[in-house]
Ligand binder design. Structure first.
Ligand code: S3P
Length: 172
């Protein structure tokens, strides 16, 4: 598989809580590739957490930084790269991912996402009185674009290794 990828990265896209980081890390281990998480890279570049970036500079500033970081990470050899849920919404980033990588959408249902993100307070977009409504709105906006990914994997409540098996099979 790795040879067939050439120097193209595998880029995981999908909503918060879809399992991009967890599945991505395990997929990279299986493939013997480095794993990088765009959100983590943005945090180290900014020396701030994502909620701090949103609070201090606002979402548009975060999005600009995100686009730059992802564009840099798409170069420099094959790897598994997890991206934040909003990254694929920017046309320029989407085009670059399409051009340079294999995109893999971890598709998750709204109730699964809501259950998973409730356990964590680090999603600034969900600091709203109605997180379920926000998730429904984001799904409506984003899924038509996520659907353009090269590969779609259903992220269900099964052991992560099973999802990783499906990712590996889809790359063959
Ligand atoms: C966002 C998702 C987050 C992070 C930021 C915005 C989004 O990443 O980039 O909070 O727009 O969906 P995860 O998808 O890794 O949670």
């Amino acid at each position: 598989i790795v040879a067939a990828l050439g120097d193209r990265p595998v880029v995981l896209i999908g909503m918060m809580g879809a399992g991009k980081s967890t599945v991505g890390r395990r997929l990279a281990l299986r493939l013997g590739l480095p794993f990088l998480d765009a959100d983590t890279e943005i945090e180290s570049a900014a020396a701030m957490t994502i909620p701090e970036i949103f609070e201090t500079h606002g979402e548009p500033h975060f999005r600009d930084g995100e686009a730059r970081v992802i564009s840099r990470l798409l170069d420099g050899g094959t790897k598994v790269l997890a991206t934040g849920g909003g990254a694929f919404m920017r046309e320029e980033t989407r085009d670059r991912i399409r051009e340079k990588a294999i995109s893999m959408w971890l598709e998750a249902e709204a109730d699964v996402i809501l259950r998973r993100v409730k356990r964590r307070a680090d999603r600034p977009l969900l600091k709203t009185p109605d997180p379920a409504g926000t998730i429904a709105r984001l799904i409506a906006e984003r899924y038509p674009l996520y659907r353009e990914a090269d590969i779609t994997i259903a992220s269900r409540d099964v052991p992560h290794e099973k999802i990783v098996d499906e990712c590996v099979a889809a790359l063959h």
